[in-house]
Design a binder for this molecule. Sequence first.
Ligand SMILES: [Zn+2]
Length: 352
Amino acid sequence: MIPVFDGHNDTLLDLYLDRSGTGRSFLKRSDVGHIDLPRAVEGGFGGGFFAVFPPSGQSLDAVDKQRTDTDRGYEVPLAPPINQVEALQHTMAITASLFRLEKASQGRVKVVRTAEELEACLMSGTIAIVLHFEGAEAIGTDLSALEVFYRAGLRSLGIVWSRPNAFGTGVPFSFPASPDIGPGLTEAGRELIKTCNGLGIMIDLSHLNERGFWDVAELSNAPLVATHSNAHALCPTPRNLTDEQLAAIKDSRGMVGLNFAVGFLREDGQRNPDVPLEVLVKHIDYLIARVGIDHVGLGSDFDGAMIPQVIGDVSGLQRLIEALRTHGYDEISLQKIAHLNWLGVLKRTWKT
Ligand SMILES: [Zn+2]
């Protein structure tokens, strides 16, 4: 089994909010949610970026209920901003839960801070977790908190989620739509990019609007990375990347992680889990044609999105690898897509 290192999941949030209402634990097998340790082992999940996402007072479901149908798809308003104090409280609680989980796993799970540690975990079968913040809301504009979180293990930061914050603006979940919606980075956002570059924190561009994307492309000296986004040409949601954005990612020797969210895969953008593996393979083919075989990986969005029935949960990950193999990808290409490319871009980005 080829271990998969995955660009994005929301498992920590799912456990924190107990969205299933079952009190499920990461260490015990459950039949709800997408990731827990036993199912991860079964699916050859070698680890991934685990997002810390501060939920807003207004639940995500409430935002979703404001969705209105249009002739060609639907419109969803941008989620409202969340204040820093509230975001910091959630971030502390969720990050602490990750460290408790690591301890309780008795060596089966490790929060990795260097490429060397990640590589060792992939070799030994220890699940490697990269601490990632999805949106910089918890970090004040003086950026002191960023240095402290870096010391605690933060190695990847999404500037925004799909809402505005002090640093930039995200894209709404409307369909079809261009990602060119709203203003670029703020002055604080520009400082954030420079500070991330200095510390060696990977900057994640998924959810950022197009003007923000080009601001980062101009300012950052690190590879451009979108951990969980697909091809806009195949599914025109603003969460996906245009051909111009993909060209910039290629030029920077960056990375795109294939998002399994059905709304970002399907041509019609509908939330219908009946999506054959061929659709995921088609996005992979397209992304590789645009950015090259060394710059595409997976970014499932497990526990954060509706995913194709045929995968189901993390235990079904190898079905996608198998579909890619049947489609003609050789073993080294499969290893690149599964984990080597993520390892490569982190080596090029991290200072440790
Ligand atoms: Zn996301």
